[in-house]
Write a protein that binds this ligand. Structure first.
Ligand SMILES: Cc1ncc(COP(=O)(O)O)c(C=O)c1O
Length: 301
């Protein structure tokens, strides 16, 4: 008998997963080998977080999912209401309220034959919801990063504004981070400016101001956009600009943003301590702001 692999959280052994209208135990939740996500990584996705029975910024996530599906010319895309109902059913079946992350994937669907041509997709989209127990763990941890040799996709090749499942670009960067024994990798754009990490957006703090890279090569993260917009409500200016590695190494503070990891302080990049190598004042203020926004902007499901 093969040994059972260790799960990051053993509670996730018994989760139930939604696939096209059915909520099934994880081992029974399956999609076709003819699905376009298997054939060509042809899918779009969102990561959602559930706080106290409410999904944070749900409409913004569904809007981004719809936009990604539109750019990729998906047909028979389920409506936002349909997806909300599916989320409700999935969370109810799992009796989940808090400390939950959901991966929502929409593929172009099953094909009548293998290949890349969307003409072979004649069954409509496939909708998958994987809800897992994942408490936020990065609030105080302090990340160590490296800078990857892999550049983040530029719109000339594959626009990072599409939140798609062609993740090899990010996975190659993460492999470099794994070999270096750190938490993640900063990815640069084609001109050598900071773009984002392999899975989160980046903010630097310098002389009391926030700086974040232009959203030209990075995913314009929902958390990134919200923090950039709301920082002024706590008296902090946020500036979007091209940022170099030198500006990163000499920043007073640095943190990453994302739905899953929230506001995560960065203590070290490429062996250089960022600031004092501990969570800074502004990062703490932004974390507080984020938790306040979580309370205000969650949708009861
Ligand atoms: C590459 C990448 N950057 C940033 C983010 C953070 O985006 P958000 O704040 O919308 O979760 C994600 C999340 O999926 C991501 O995949």
């Amino acid at each position: 008998m093969t040994e059972q692999p260790t799960l990051p959280n053993p509670k996730n052994e018994h989760i139930k997963i939604y696939v096209n209208g059915k909520v099934l135990p994880r081992e029974e939740a399956k999609i076709s080998v003819f699905d376009s996500v298997v054939q060509g990584g042809d899918a779009v996705w969102e990561g959602l977080r559930l706080y106290d029975g409410k999904i944070f910024m749900l409409d913004a996530h569904l809007q981004r999912l719809m936009n990604s599906a539109k750019v990729l010319a998906y047909e028979n895309v389920p409506s936002a209401d349909f997806i909300k109902k599916a989320l409700r059913e999935t969370l109810a079946a799992n009796d989940m309220q808090d400390d939950v992350h959901m991966r929502l994937t929409l593929t172009r669907g099953k094909k009548v034959t293998s290949g890349m041509n969307p003409k072979w997709n004649q069954y409509g989209c496939t909708l998958i919801i994987i809800p897992e127990w994942k408490a936020p763990i990065y609030r105080n941890k302090g990340l160590k990063l490296i800078t990857s040799s892999i550049r983040r996709n530029n719109p000339q090749f594959l626009d990072s504004k599409i939140h798609h499942n062609n993740l090899l670009n990010n996975i190659l960067a993460k492999i470099e981070a794994n070999y270096a024994g750190v938490d993640g990798a900063v990815m640069l754009d084609m001109n050598g400016f900071l773009s984002e990490t392999n899975s989160t957006n980046i903010f630097l703090v310098k002389a009391g101001k926030l700086y974040t890279p232009f959203a030209d090569s990075c995913l314009p993260g929902i958390t990134r956009n919200l923090i950039a917009e709301k920082a002024k409500s706590i008296g902090i200016t946020c500036i979007e600009k091209n940022l170099s590695m030198t500006e990163m190494y000499t920043a007073d503070e640095m943190f990453t943003t994302g739905t899953e990891g929230e506001i995560a302080p960065v203590f070290e990049v490429d062996g250089r301590l960022i600031g004092k190598g501990e969570i800074g004042e502004i990062s703490q203020q932004v974390q507080k702001l984020h938790l306040q926004l979580v309370e205000e902007l969650g949708e009861k499901i």
